[in-house]
Design a protein around this ligand. Structure first.
Ligand code: IMP
Length: 204
């Protein structure tokens, strides 16, 4: 049995504005007041885990211990099937330039690595970890499958959204209205599992 969440306030353990916005949107119906780790001035822990779950849990625990509040962390990324799941947990790292992150460059690198490969399948994966200050953690994994397109299309999302076309749609996540993306994304899938397990009675 998962531990239920009853507290009035939650830290979103991320310094990524795109993720904070999406998670705050997903939490909006539950009447929980949210604050981001960046606003609290919490340091970003080093992501030393080998999996999405390990990284999500270490980020959630660091924020819960640092703030004394429950904390929700997301570790996510783009897994490209013909690349053995890369960039995967290294999705942000593929965008590092030495002078900040450049996802245009990261998408180019993925495209270059895919040259000559016929399988353009990929999925976004997301683990949401909810940690309490006493060290208890609950984690949930979600995914959305799709195909990589080139060139990138749309500027409504973040990260790799402009090259990811979810199965059954003719537009990329970058072209999709945020509420439409939030209904089918890997994060929404993980979030639905989190809500079913940890939030009593759904909307409150
Ligand atoms: P993390 O902060 O280590 O979890 O990095 C995850 C990276 O994966 C982000 O910086 C994005 O580049 C990418 N990513 C995760 N979720 C999404 C998404 O919904 N759209 C586009 N890119 C994403």
């Amino acid at each position: 049995m998962a531990r239920k969440f009853h507290e009035p306030k939650l830290v979103i353990a991320s310094h990524n504005q795109g993720k904070v916005r999406e998670i705050a949107d997903l939490l909006a119906p539950f009447g929980v007041s949210v604050v981001s780790a960046a606003v609290l001035g919490l340091p970003e822990p080093e992501e030393t885990g080998a999996t999405f779950i390990e990284n999500a849990e270490l980020k959630a625990l660091a924020a819960a211990h640092g703030s004394g509040l429950p904390a929700l962390a997301d570790d996510s990324g783009l897994a490209v099937h013909a690349l053995g799941g890369e960039p995967g947990i290294h999705s942000a790292r593929w965008a590092e330039t030495g002078a900040g992150r450049d996802f245009g460059r990261a998408m180019e690198k993925v495209e270059a690595a895919l040259a000559g490969k016929s399988d353009r399948g990929a999925h976004f994966a997301c683990v949401l970890a909810l940690a309490w200050p006493d060290g208890h953690v609950e984690s949930f994994e979600g995914r959305v499958d799709g195909t990589l397109v080139w060139p990138p299309r749309g500027d409504k999302g973040f990260g790799y959204d402009p090259v990811f076309q979810p199965d059954g749609r003719a537009i990329t996540f970058g072209e999709m209205e945020p509420d439409k993306k939030h209904a089918i994304s890997h994060r929404a899938d993980a979030f639905a599992k989190l809500v079913a397990a940890c939030f009593e009675g759904g909307e409150r």
